[in-house]
Design a protein around this ligand. Structure first.
Ligand code: DC
Length: 679
């Protein structure tokens, strides 16, 4: 079954360098301009993600020839003999050094009639709609349902003012679109709204050289996301078309402008993708070992590099080089501080600030973010909803968010975070793991711009340590685990207690222990509080009740039900918090905490374990008969060892600790010794 969630434990520090994937915004613009240009263009370090795949597929349908490094007649990659794969990224070469050779079609696509599917790629949809309006053919442009909810009417109006012929196929003002050949109006002066999406202006500007005539564009309303328009102008200039502008209000494309290949074009690393790692540094890295992103720096043309300034304004230690930026916590042990920021210039990276705000002192207010509402999802609503699940106090306005960091009265709480098919929601919320363990649903949505995001995240962020201690019943692992936890100051998870509590809760609810769906529903809703002297179930002290022989046997039965194990998985993982955890059970090292720093398999012979259990029962004045105890214990062992899901067994990387001849102090000392050797 495909895992449709990722569980993140609490992180305690961050450090290291990472090479950024190519910028999505630059990649899609460069692909389109290279396709429209005269001549061959070699695009280097192009992003390989869903959004760029949609653009490349569309260009391929339009008849544009694109060869990845080493494919066909394209020149072999000079410095390595790697194997090309989708998108021209060359496996076996350093990241980002692949290329794509694009044969430009000099303004006229070879295929003049086509239907294009552009998924949820806004950059691809808006710019292709504009360009195809003047490309002389007949085209249908479609996307996923969310794309059909994202407005495009203002762009279409502006294109029509230049003579384009475009119809809305479903709802007025929204995709899908039918585009027919335009009847160009020479020397037009067209108006376009600047306050919905800057992609409208960018798309229009990139398309205008195809009209052959001089056109002036006047922006109505405040132009949002100006740096993206600047990036568009920068790329157009690299491809031979200079746009004259008067401030941010009027832009003029000269008659006879046409795109020419610059030969080679190197795509910058993605500055929006950089924001997550820079934030990781600001939250969790020391100045000696900062987090450093490679691929963008001082001369970047992406507006989102200004995110680094926002982090610096929060007090983070930020440094910028030619082609890198690094971030670490504030100097002198100071905390980050909340900020009040107009985010017009960094609309995408500003989302990262909303989560970084959880680690700052004082409130953070992000204003002028109205465009969030028409992105992959309504990002203001989504951000507020999901932050509230973590117990964060959020105030939401039409175009602002105010976030109060957690405090003793409002501590962060573990939660299951929904991502709304929005890559940035998934990436932003990964940062919250510095405060609390959490589950992120549909983490695969990051493929839109950053397919291996979570692998890179794990390479930079370090989780709280875990010691996983598994073993059969009455092996002494409970006592050893609790003592190890106490001596390290770590949290302690008695996972068996959760199965025992489930069995008890089912019994109280009159549910049979074999009724998998009903027992799993009970497990998912368990109202449990572990406290210093025991455990409460629905407010009732049950520390003793879950230890009797009947419930022990019930626990072993419900523990064999896969749906019950699934229902308890995230609850167990929420114990994985700073400064560390000792988890005791049967599948700590194999299923619940497979990445544990230390795995111990703690066991003893059946006779010794039966003897221990016999003495325990005598102490509690419960009736006991040694042979029956051993038989019962062996039956339970057999059930735990042979069940199909998460059977009890020694993991290959677990250290064996036999306690037949070992007192508890020696067992504890052994585990502590192993752990300190690993650290
Ligand atoms: O460790 P214990 O005896 O309290 O566990 C009670 C039951 O729960 C036991 O039959 C095994 C089962 N269990 C499990 O299947 N997986 C765990 N991680 C912990 C306990």
């Amino acid at each position: 079954m495909k895992m449709n969630f990722i569980d993140l434990p609490q992180m305690i520090s961050a450090s290291g360098s990472m090479t950024l994937p190519g910028s999505k915004s630059i990649s899609n613009r460069a692909l389109l301009l290279a396709a429209l240009a005269e001549g061959e263009t070699q695009l280097r370090a192009l992003l390989d993600s869903d959004d760029t795949a949609r653009m490349r597929e569309a260009l391929a349908v339009l008849g544009v020839t694109m060869l990845a490094a080493g494919e066909g007649n394209s020149p072999p990659f000079p410095s390595c003999g790697g194997v090309p794969r989708r998108g021209g990224v060359v496996e076996g070469c350093p990241e980002g050094v692949g290329w794509l050779q694009v044969t430009g079609c000099a303004g006229r696509f070879p295929v003049q009639q086509a239907e294009l599917f552009l998924g949820n790629a806004g950059t691809a949809f808006r710019s292709l709609a504009a360009v195809l309006a003047f490309a002389g053919g007949e085209y249908v442009l479609k996307g996923v349902p969310r794309m059909h909810e994202r407005p495009i009417g203002d762009l279409v109006d502006a294109l029509k003012a230049c003579g384009a012929s475009i119809n809305f196929l479903e709802n007025e003002g929204f995709p899908p679109l039918l585009i027919r050949p335009a009847v160009i109006r020479p020397d037009s002066v067209v108006k376009i709204r600047g306050d919905v999406s800057s992609q409208f202006l960018s798309g229009l500007l990139m398309a205008l050289p195809l009209t052959g005539t001089q056109t002036t564009v006047e922006v109505e309303g405040e132009l949002i996301s100006k740096p993206y328009v600047d990036m568009t102008l920068n790329l157009m200039a690299r491809f031979g078309v200079t746009v004259e502008r008067e401030g941010w209000r009027a832009f003029s494309v000269p008659a006879g402008a046409c795109y020419r290949s610059p030969g080679v074009y190197q795509v910058e690393g993605d500055a929006s993708s950089a924001s997550y790692f820079l934030a990781l540094g600001a939250i969790g890295a020391s100045a000696e070992r900062p987090v450093r992103v490679e691929g963008v720096g001082k001369n970047a043309i992406q507006g989102d590099v200004r995110f680094a300034d926002a982090l610096a304004a929060m007090g983070a230690t930020v440094e910028t080089g030619e082609n890198w930026i690094s971030a670490a916590r504030p100097a002198a042990g100071k905390p980050l501080t909340g900020i009040h920021l107009d985010c017009n210039h960094i609309p995408d990276a500003a989302m990262t600030l909303a989560v970084a705000a959880l680690f700052a002192q004082g409130e953070t207010t992000l204003t002028n973010i109205g465009s969030w509402r028409v992105k992959e999802t309504d990002r203001i609503a989504a951000m507020a909803t999901e932050l509230r699940k973590l117990n964060v106090r959020v105030e939401e306005g039409v175009d602002f968010l105010k976030i109060a960091p957690p405090d003793v009265t409002h501590p962060l709480k573990p939660a299951v975070i929904d991502t709304y098919d929005d890559h940035r929601m998934a990436m932003c919320f990964s940062l919250a793991s510095f405060g609390v363990p959490l589950r992120i649903r549909d983490p695969g949505c990051v493929a839109k711009t950053f397919p291996d995001y979570f692998d890179r995240f794990k390479a930079i962020a370090r989780p709280a340590p875990v010691i996983a201690i598994d073993g059969p019943t009455a092996s002494g692992k409970g006592a050893v685990s609790a003592r190890v936890a106490r001596s390290l100051g770590f949290h302690y998870l008695d996972s068996g207690a959760l199965y025992r509590l489930t069995a008890l809760a089912a019994r109280k609810a009159g549910v049979d222990w074999t009724d998998e769906a009903s027992v799993a529903a009970i497990a998912a809703r368990l109202d449990v509080v572990f406290h210093a002297d025991g455990v409460r179930l629905n407010g009732e002290e049950v520390g003793e009740a879950i230890r009797n022989e009947e419930i022990s046997s019930g626990a072993s039965k419900v523990a064999a039900l896969p749906a019950v194990r699934e229902a308890l998985l995230f609850r167990q993982r929420t114990f994985h918090r700073a400064p560390g955890l000792v988890g005791d059970g049967r599948d700590m090292g194999s299923v619940v905490f497979p990445g544990a720093q230390l795995k111990v398999f703690l066991t003893a012979s059946p006779a010794v374990r039966a003897e221990r259990r016999f003495r325990q029962l005598l102490e509690r004045n419960e009736p006991a008969e040694p042979d029956a105890i051993q038989a019962d214990l062996e039956a339970r062992d057999a059930r735990d060892r042979t069940r199909p899901v998460a059977p009890l067994r020694q993991e290959p990387d677990a250290l064996l600790l036999g306690t037949d001849h070992l007192g508890i102090n020696e067992a504890v000392a052994t585990v502590l010794g192993w752990f300190s050797a690993r650290n």
